[in-house]
Design a protein around this ligand. Structure first.
Ligand code: BTN
Length: 330
């Protein structure tokens, strides 16, 4: 049943214009009545489908309502999100995926929630995750990598999000080291990577993505409104959350598979292409000193590379960077 419906969506999506009931019934090897019944089910799930006599069917708009089904239908990935769970409300999707990982769930398992009441950000910060306004999602990865390479996965995920935003809109996203997604200098998305490792092998990684999608200006917490925003605010239009999740999952699978096959080089190139203030001078402070340096790129261990005015290069891991606009620090 489910897989017929998935194929039905795929056929409707592939077709430019209308596809006839007969064509659908032939391709799916089900009766015309069964096609019609599936169409009604899709409508119940929020798909708007136009049916025109002698022409056939066409999807006019996609549901905005998230469910495991709406997220998986039409998702043309091999492994990413093929095992997917949707919840209305959770404490944190990270916590759920950690439990699933311990139960042996497969690589590419995805958990999405409409709302998190205890969303976790980096450095033990809270992550505000209001109902239906954004993407609150954690992905289970089981890479065959040593723990030292884990930061590369986070950098890779940031390029995935940047690519998705540029492909789905006219926005020009940037990645602020290590992994904040900015649009017009404001943060719209963040990534939290947590790992379980033993000896020289990663057992699993829980990669959490928080993306502010459809908040209006008044819905951004006041204390961070100078440095945080949403895709809707910056693009001026509403984004379909299920479609956006599917685009992330699709792009993630392509980029991850390429990374596993070819290594970090392509991720580094992409990251630097989107890198915020790469090639520009910023002020850097550590416990010991404050200096001016030009940011020049990232290193395979996730460090940010900077060159001071005398030409000395330094790898930064936890320095405070004075980014200028927005006053937002890593
Ligand atoms: C950051 O501080 O920039 C990272 C934010 C990561 C938030 C996401 S939302 C989905 C997942 N579940 C959580 O509790 N946190 C991550």
């Amino acid at each position: 049943m489910e897989s017929t419906r998935k194929q039905l969506i795929e056929l409707l999506e592939k077709q430019e214009g209308y596809i006839s009931g007969q064509q659908l019934s032939d391709s799916l090897q089900i009766s015309r009545t069964a096609v019609w019944k599936h169409m009604n089910e899709l409508k119940k799930d929020g798909y708007e489908i136009e049916a025109v006599q002698r022409k056939g069917y066409k999807i006019v708009s996609y549901p905005d309502k998230i469910s495991t089904n709406t997220l998986q239908w039409g998702l043309d990935t091999k492994w990413m999100g093929q095992n997917l769970y949707h919840y209305d409300q959770v404490e944190s999707t990270q916590q759920i995926v950690h439990e699933m990982a311990k139960q042996g769930m497969p690589h590419g398992t995805v958990v999405v929630a409409d709302e998190q009441v205890r969303g976790k950000g980096r450095m033990a910060r809270n992550w505000h995750s209001p109902k239906g306004k954004g993407i609150w999602m954690s992905i289970l990865l089981r890479p065959n990598l040593p723990p030292i390479q884990a930061p590369q996965l986070t950098l890779m995920a940031a390029t995935v999000l940047a690519k998705m935003i540029s492909e789905e809109s006219d926005l020009k996203p940037q990645i602020k080291w290590p992994n904040d997604l900015l649009v017009h200098h404001k943060k719209v998305s963040g990534i939290l990577t947590e790992m379980q490792a033993e000896h020289d092998q990663i057992q699993y990684v829980v990669l959490g993505i928080g993306m502010n999608v459809n908040q209006d200006l008044s819905e951004i917490q006041q204390e961070i409104s100078h440095k945080a925003s949403s895709l809707k605010i910056e693009s001026g239009s509403h984004w379909s959350i299920p479609k956006t999740i599917q685009s992330i999952l699709r792009q993630f699978e392509i980029t991850y598979d390429q990374y596993v096959k070819e290594g970090f080089q392509q991720v580094k190139k992409e990251w630097e292409r989107y890198g915020y203030k790469i090639g520009e001078e910023v002020t850097i402070s550590t416990m010991k000193k404050t200096w001016e340096a030009t940011l020049i790129g990232i290193e395979p261990d996730g460090a940010l590379k900077a060159r001071d005015r005398s030409g000395n290069e330094e790898k930064l891991y936890s320095a405070e960077i004075h980014w200028g606009e927005g006053g937002y620090h890593a």
